[in-house]
Design a protein around this ligand. Sequence first.
Ligand code: ATP
Length: 269
Amino acid sequence: GGRAAKPVKPTRKVTFADVAGQDEAKREVSELVEFLRDPDRFSKVGATVPHGVLLMGPPGTGKTLLARALAGEADVPFFSTSGSEFIEVFVGVGAGRVRKMFEEARKQSPSIIFIDELDSIGRTRGTGLGGGHDEREQTLNQILAELDGFSPREAVVVLAATNRPDVLDPALLRPGRFDRHVTLELPDKGARRAILDVHVKDLPLRHDVDLDQVAAGTPGFSGADLKNLLNEAAITAARRSAADITPDDLDQARDKVMMGTVRTLAIQP
Ligand code: ATP
C-alpha cells in the first residue's frame, strides 16, 4: 500500500542538540544540511553531493535519531521505513513500496529517505532458497535501481542504518550508492553524561543525585539504554509514590537495564 510513502511528521522537530556525543558523526552528517537547504547552489557549480549515506553502529547509539535530526536541521520532509517491514510481504509488494517512497520523496525534494535495519533486506544476494528471485531480493534490487536512477541534481539524501555492515551485499556499497559511511560508537563516560543531561531535562531528580556517578557506573550502555535507565528509575519512584527520583532508584534501574542487556546479547546470533 501507500503506507511507506507518507512522510513522518514528528510532533517536535529533532535537531543536532538532541544528539549527545557522536561529534564526529554529527560533523559528517551536518555537511549535508547546507546541500539540502539550498541544492541549487551546489548543482550550479557542478558539485556532486552523495545520495547514499550508511549509518553504522551498535543498536541504540542514535542512528535513527541522527537521521531525524538531519531532517530537522535542514527542515525537509523525512520518509522513513525499516528493512524488517519488507520481510513477510508478497513478491513485488516490497519493490512497489520502495518505488512509491522514492517517487514521493523526489516529488517533495529536497527530502530525506531513511531505511532502518538495511541488513534485513540488504544481505548478500543469492544465498536464500528463493533462487535469487524472492521478494527480499526484488526489494533490494529496487533500492539499487532507485539509487542508480538519481541524477546528480536531485536533492534526495538516502540514509540507511545497520548494525551489521559485514553482512551487506557489496553491491550496496558501490560508488553512487551507499558510498559514504558514518560510524556511531557506544558512548564513553563523558558522552554518557551528555546523553543523561539530554534526557533528565523533565525529570525531578532529588538533590543528591550525581549524574557523573551514573555515567561512570554504566560502561557499555548505549544512548537507548541510558534513556531506558532514567525511565525505569522514574517508574520505581512512582511506585513508591515519591515526588522525586533518588540515587537508589537509579541504582535499581541500572541493574534492571543491565540484566536486560545481558539477556538481549545472549540471544543474538
Ligand atoms: P537501533 O539500531 O536499535 O534502531 P539506533 O541506533 O537507531 O538503534 P535510536 O533509535 O536512534 O538508535 O536510539 C533510541 C533512543 O535512544 C533515541 O530515540 C534517543 O532517545 C536515545 N538516544 C540514543 N542515542 C542518543 C544520543 N547520542 N543522544 C541522546 N539520546 C540518544
